[in-house]
Design a protein around this ligand. Structure first.
Ligand SMILES: [Zn+2]
Length: 275
């Protein structure tokens, strides 16, 4: 890499089977590529437990989020108690990803809304931030979030309007952006990036999905954030290194990673540590 970038990937799925062939080799090379930390998100109970276990193996590189995604089968009774137990693990720093997704039929909207509310309540009871997923469900999402505001967390892969961003920011949430902002048809998210305060922006991959241009269609990993960061930096009129540094500080603050991530300024002066 041509610059000394510090990358905090606020949304990754390193438990996904797309990484089964080379997960360890990939994770072990990330620190040399400038990746200081990643949040590994759960989508169901099983991969939430796997995310916590993976983070435990690489505690300086990975933290975990546990939760049930709206596009997964409804969880069994008592799932909330299982999540609560998982969240007691020291590597778990958020509840996620959780939310609403009305894109595909087949996942009952009322069930999605119920498990979103239950998991928001759990996060607030545990004082953990939430990682929110919202697709084609902005109205219902805002209605539910208003019940719980003020909130700590991030609206990941933010695709809403400036008006929605304004309300979400007022509730206390951060906005996460990934490779989608490098796509040719990205217009709305770029408007939101220009509008939002820099100290409320996060960079993410959603890997193995949504690789940025010029890697589009390939398996994504956290090093590719450099391309997404270049677009965000351009929209904010600052350097890529600066946007990486600020969004890393934002993520450290939101997910309370101070103890596992050294201060970015220290990392720059000391070089990237080997994990
Ligand atoms: Zn995701």
């Amino acid at each position: 890499m041509d610059e000394n970038l510090l990358i905090f990937d606020s949304h990754a799925h390193y438990t996904d089977s797309a990484f089964d062939t080379d997960r360890e080799a990939l994770l072990e090379k990330l620190p040399q590529e400038g990746v200081m930390h990643c949040i590994v998100c759960g989508t169901q109970l099983a991969d939430s437990a796997a995310a916590a276990a993976l983070a435990e193996r690489y505690p300086s590189l990975l933290s975990a989020a546990v939760g049930v995604h709206p596009e997964c089968p409804a969880p069994p009774d008592g799932y909330s108690e299982q999540l609560r137990k998982m969240a007691a693990h020291p590597c778990v720093r958020a509840i996620g990803e959780i939310g609403l997704d009305y894109h595909y039929e087949g996942y009952d909207k009322a069930v999605q809304q119920r498990i979103l509310r239950e998991q928001l309540a759990l996060a607030q009871a545990l004082s953990l931030p939430v990682i929110l997923h919202c697709r084609e469900a902005t109205g219902d999402m805002l209605t539910i979030l208003r019940e719980f505001a003020p909130l700590s967390g991030v609206m990941h892969c933010f695709s809403g309007s400036v008006e929605t961003a304004r309300e979400v920011l007022q509730m206390g949430l951060y906005l996460g952006f990934n490779g989608v902002i490098t796509f040719k048809n990205a217009r709305k998210p770029l408007e939101v990036i220009r509008f939002a305060p820099t100290d409320r922006l996060l960079l993410e991959t959603d890997c193995p999905y949504l690789a940025p241009v010029p890697f589009r269609g390939r398996r994504c990993d956290s090093t590719m954030i450099a391309e997404t960061a270049a677009v965000m930096a351009r929209e904010k009129g600052i350097s890529r290194a600066e946007i990486c540094r600020i969004t890393a500080q934002n993520a450290i603050r939101l997910f309370r990673c101070e103890k596992v991530c050294a201060d970015p300024a220290e990392i720059i002066s000391a070089g990237i540590p080997e994990s």
